[in-house]
Design a protein around this ligand. Structure first.
Ligand SMILES: N[C@@H](CCC(=O)N[C@@H](CS)C(=O)NCC(=O)O)C(=O)O
Length: 214
């Protein structure tokens, strides 16, 4: 499977986590000519990563790709069989994707104190805190997001928590995860886990390389 994207894209990192967990042979690569080239736009008219090519199947949108991967590669499922447990993993994913990540990305442009819009920062931090409170309620963290086994919920959480640790200290002096015990325990354990910690480390290396280029 070819996964077009960069490990520093939280959306692409979701797919890398799933592919590695399920032992799917894959390459993570950037398309020749970039994501806005005519060739790439034929695969994904939105010109975004991740986009995958798996045999003759071309797909984009990380959530759709995760569902495809689990349906096609049955070994080591990342979506539980029971409707309730499956919905729980998707719900954790949705809270991180739609709310935590959205509020966090709203703070991306606010890291420079000179250009900072203080009102906007306060609004986004409030939204982020509300989303993190919801995440804390849903999280199991024993040690994985939805329980004892790795699921799609972990694919969503890990890249988002990496970015939170990188961005929030630049816009706020408070602790990144506040007093949220489960989220803090989850991230501490994730950093030590071979799969999750490996991706966190690779994202960190890619972030350092990107910052040096800037
Ligand atoms: N909803 C998409 C979002 C993908 C996305 O926005 N990817 C970013 C990389 S982090 C991208 O390709 N941005 C380039 C652009 O929009 O031009 C998904 O879940 O895959």
């Amino acid at each position: 499977m070819d996964i077009y994207g960069s490990i520093l894209s939280p959306f692409a990192a979701r797919i890398v986590l799933a592919a590695r967990y399920k032992d799917i042979p894959h390459r993570l690569l950037l398309p020749k000519g970039g994501i806005k080239s005519a060739t790439f736009l034929r695969m994904n008219p939105l010109g975004k990563m991740p986009t995958i090519k798996d045999g003759t199947t071309v797909l984009f949108e990380s959530g759709v790709i995760l569902e495809y991967i689990d349906a096609k590669y049955k070994k080591k499922p990342i979506i539980p069989a029971s409707a309730k447990a499956a919905a729980q993993t998707r719900l954790i994913g949705a809270v991180f994707s739609e709310y935590v990540q959205t509020a966090m990305f709203g703070l991306f442009s606010q890291t420079d104190p000179v250009k900072r819009d203080k009102k906007l920062v306060q609004e986004k931090l409030a939204a982020l805190n509300q989303a993190l409170d919801a995440a804390e309620k849903l999280l199991v963290a024993k040690p994985f997001a939805a329980g004892a086994r790795f699921t799609i919920a972990d694919c969503y959480i890990v890249p988002t928590l990496f970015f939170l640790q990188a961005i929030i200290p630049q816009v706020s002096s408070g602790p990144v995860l506040g007093k949220r015990v489960k989220l803090k325990r989850y991230y501490a354990k994730a950093q030590k886990n071979k799969l999750l910690g490996g991706v966190i480390d690779e994202m960190g290396e890619a972030m350092n390389a990107y910052m040096q280029q800037k």
